[in-house]
Design a protein around this ligand. Structure first.
Ligand SMILES: Cc1cc2nc3c(=O)[nH]c(=O)nc-3n(C[C@H](O)[C@H](O)[C@H](O)COP(=O)(O)O)c2cc1C
Length: 266
């Protein structure tokens, strides 16, 4: 289960209790979005909630020219209800009102003491998502967090953030071999997975490839995405002479000096 904290910590506490009651064992706290980022592509395309009046004509045109999508949308009841949040919104709130309530609570500022608060409250495995700095990974480790997902939120929060793959070796060195380090953002091919593994990742996640596949082909589209990724991983492993991901070590990568001969000579 992935959680964003709420401004009202009583809501977060209740959510954590519900998550525990459901038998969930791993809780991922996303920490990289304390405020709403400035998403210029969204601004340019007028993608925002609530929908702005000047975006309506274009949206209406897009809907009308996609009758199959429109049919599905209405057959499934229109705007989806954020069921996790419905209990906290005013009684009888519509899907749009629940979404508005959610936006009044999240994103919210958070500090390390909030992570400590959650660590005390949550008995299962706790993962922090959105870490890119080795010192912060170490701090998470000291607090008793069980693992981190190195992520720049798919490039959706701050342009200047480094790619997680570029900080992975330093984070791995900082936390040692046994702490669980996972990576997402920009994983597109099986070879990306193998490179992440070589640099010390225990797991990788994919975001948009899964979304695009599900949008294009539903559940079977998502399955196809996974099978393409698996096939690419197998091909990459074979090309590297490795029989499994467990065989992949940093040795499959060229040392930095081999990639920049000028510098090595200097
Ligand atoms: C449409 C969309 C919605 C997302 N919503 C969340 C979210 O609610 N919580 C979260 O932790 N990350 C969210 N993310 C970020 C993803 O979890 C993930 O970090 C990112 O998509 C990985 O990069 P990739 O898409 O390049 O694989 C979202 C990403 C997208 C594209």
């Amino acid at each position: 289960m992935q959680l964003y904290l709420s401004k009202d910590r009583a809501i977060s506490a209740d959510m954590v209790r519900r998550i525990e009651d459901l038998g969930v064992q791993h809780l991922v706290l996303t920490v990289d979005t304390p405020v709403m980022p400035k998403r210029e592509r969204g601004l340019r395309n007028r993608v925002s909630l609530p929908i702005q009046a000047n975006a309506v004509p274009r949206l209406a045109l897009q809907c009308i020219t996609r009758p199959a999508w429109l049919y599905e949308y209405f057959v499934h009841g229109g705007m989806p209800l954020m069921k996790n949040w419905a209990p906290y919104a005013p009684e009888g709130a519509s899907a749009a009102q629940v979404a508005a309530f959610y936006r009044s609570q999240s994103p919210c500022l958070q500090e390390w003491k909030d992570v400590e608060w959650l660590r005390e409250r949550w008995p299962g495995k706790l993962v922090l998502k959105g870490i890119v700095h080795p010192a912060e990974a170490q701090r998470a480790q000291r607090i008793g967090v069980d693992g981190v997902i190195l992520s720049n939120h798919g490039g959706k929060v701050l342009d200047a953030m480094p790619s997680p793959i570029s900080v992975l070796p330093d984070v791995r060195r900082a936390v040692g071999p046994d702490f669980v380090v996972m990576v997402d953002s920009g994983i597109r091919r099986g070879s990306d997975v193998v490179v992440a593994r070589a640099l010390g990742a225990d797991f990788v996640f994919v975001g948009r490839p899964a979304l695009y596949a599900a949008v294009a082909g539903g559940a079977s589209g998502a399955r196809r995405m996974i099978s393409i990724l698996k096939q690419e991983i197998d091909i990459t492993l074979a090309l590297l002479g490795c029989s499994s991901l467990e065989d992949v070590t940093q040795d499959v990568l060229l040392p930095q000096s081999a990639k920049t001969p000028g510098r090595a000579a200097a």
